[in-house]
Write a protein that binds this ligand. Structure first.
Ligand code: C2E
Ligand code: MG
Ligand code: MG
Ligand code: MG
Length: 277
């Protein structure tokens, strides 16, 4: 079944549009096969305490290892996986693989406070979402309180009681909830009151130009202050320089991740760097 094209669809076919559509269909077909072919893998980016520098956890980030094009970043296939519904089995695979990796490290003496996993809107909108997540925890043995789910603001805006109840159920299991890319979505803050959130994750775009852009610094500082006032945890993403870390630490940011300390790492590289020697 050929899906309707989104952008640029004016109801007629130019050669260019057809080529685009064909490319998309091929990508979709390959994406479907990829799961069965075990072409996906996870990288893990460490997260650190801003003050002590201690490792506190990591974020699991999916990659697609294609036979012909090598590692494909998630930005190139997650949107399509979401549109096609493939994000459901893929998201489940990511969650289970991350939890299994966490158990593996735990057995080896590498204890992480939390592993963060990105959850897509499509997953949260599934009626059996909470059961799926609970089953992944049970199957792998990873403790619920060591799992952090990263949601985005748009996933919470305009959602009804079902989503609210699901988030409450996840919280009741002990799972932690973080708002990814905070500050870039819809800006109604009412959902912070309504939903049971634990953490705000300052988007990279507000960190990137510290200390050159005063406005970005103000925004980052304001998010940190708000999080603290609301008794939420706060973490910054995309920290690349000492100056950025210094600024965030001074303003009271608790945790960070970014190239300054480490990019997303293979499980082997992660263990080699942070595991017990
Ligand atoms: P995100 O969740 O906001 O993840 C952070 C992205 O920033 C990652 O890109 C990471 O590699 C990158 N990053 C980390 N530190 C730095 C830094 O210091 N500088 C710069 N320039 N970039 C940094 P990645 O791995 O390409 O992932 C992109 C996005 O794809 C993620 O953004 C997330 O929204 C999505 N994604 C990744 N894995 C999954 C997944 O398993 N499920 C879902 N639903 N989405 C995923
Ligand atoms: Mg994330
Ligand atoms: Mg993020
Ligand atoms: Mg981001």
């Amino acid at each position: 079944q050929v899906k309707a094209q989104g952008r640029g669809n004016y109801g007629f076919h130019t050669p260019e549009l057809s080529a685009q559509a064909a490319e998309r269909l091929e990508l979709e077909a390959r994406l479907r096969q990829a799961l069965g072919n075990e072409e996906f893998l996870l990288h893990f980016q460490p997260q650190f305490d801003c003050v002590s520098g201690a490792l506190i956890g990591c974020e699991a980030l999916v990659r697609w290892n294609t036979p012909d094009q090598g590692l494909v970043p998630p930005t190139r296939f997650i949107p399509l996986a979401e549109e096609t519904g493939l994000i459901l089995p893929l998201g489940d695979w990511v969650l289970r693989t991350a939890c299994r990796q966490g158990m593996c490290w735990l057995d080896a003496g590498l204890v992480l406070e939390t592993i963060a996993v990105n959850l897509s809107a499509r997953q949260l909108l599934q009626p059996d979402c909470v059961d799926c997540i609970e089953q992944a925890l049970t199957a792998t043995g990873w403790p619920a309180h060591r799992l952090k789910l990263e949601l985005t603001e748009s996933m919470l805006m305009g959602e009804g009681d079902e989503v609210e109840q699901r988030l409450q159920a996840l919280r009741a299991l002990g799972i932690r909830l973080s708002i990814d890319d905070f500050g870039t979505g819809y800006s109604s803050l009412a959902y912070l009151r309504r939903f049971a959130i634990d953490e705000l994750k300052i988007d990279r775009s507000f960190v990137r130009d510290i200390p050159a852009q005063r406005d970005d610094m103000e925004i980052a500082a304001t998010i940190i202050a708000m999080a603290r006032n609301l008794k939420l945890r706060v973490i910054a993403e995309g920290v690349e320089t000492e100056a950025q870390l210094e600024f965030l630490r001074e303003r009271g940011c608790e945790a960070y991740q970014g190239y300054l300390c480490a990019p997303p790492l293979t499980p082997e590289a992660f263990a080699a760097r942070f595991g017990p020697r």
